[in-house]
Each structure stands twice: as C-alpha cells, then as structure tokens.
Ligand binder design. Sequence first.
Ligand SMILES: [Zn+2]
Length: 132
Amino acid sequence: MGKDSVVMVRCLVMKLSEKNHTYFLQKLSKQRAKLVKGASDTIANDLSVIDGELADTIDRSTVETERSFMLRLRERERKLINKIDEALSRLNKDEFGQCEECGDNIGLERLKARPVATLCINCKEDEEKRES
Ligand SMILES: [Zn+2]
C-alpha cells in the first residue's frame, strides 16, 4: 500500500466529535468507578467478617488489602476493567471506534451499547463463528 492510500484510509476512519469523545470518556469512567467501588464494598464486607472472628490477624489483613485488591476482584470484573482501560487509552490516542481486525468503523450505535467493543459487528460475527 502506497503512502497516499494509507492517508486515504485514515481519512475514512470515523473521527469522534468532541461531544462523542466526552460522552464515551464519561461513560467509561463511570463504568470503571462503579466496578472498582463494587469491589471495594466486597472487600469491606469480607474484612468486617474477619473483624469478628480473627481479630489478631486484622492488622495483617489491613496491610494486605491494598495489594490484594486487584487479586480479589472477580475475574470477570478484572477483565472488564482492563477492557475499559484499553478503551480509555484508545480514546486518548484517537483510535477509539476502529475495528482491531479490519480497521473499519465499529459504528456509533454499537459503541453506545458496548463502549469496550474492539471489533466491528462483521468481525465479531466471524470470531463467534470461529469459536463455535
Ligand atoms: Zn472489522
């Protein structure tokens, strides 16, 4: 592919308007905050159980809370937070909304339903066919 055609392809890629950029930034940040908060509540509950039963290990538990925070997130939440972080970094690099497979636009409607999507609907369907 010559340099000119690369430039042309770049131009075809959807550029998020300022408004949509802010929209997705807020949406992703909120979703992330909610996940992290949910995880903190889980840990707080765990600690209050420990408090009653094993008071002598409380200090150690408190120290370990920070370190074990990510470990104690449920697998699914951890994956989702990673995906949100990736989406946020794509947003920063102006790559948000591009399909990882074909470089096509993922499409605004699809992104609004699923901001962490990395594949356009066609590539997603192909992937699902391969996996099934
Ligand atoms: Zn695609």
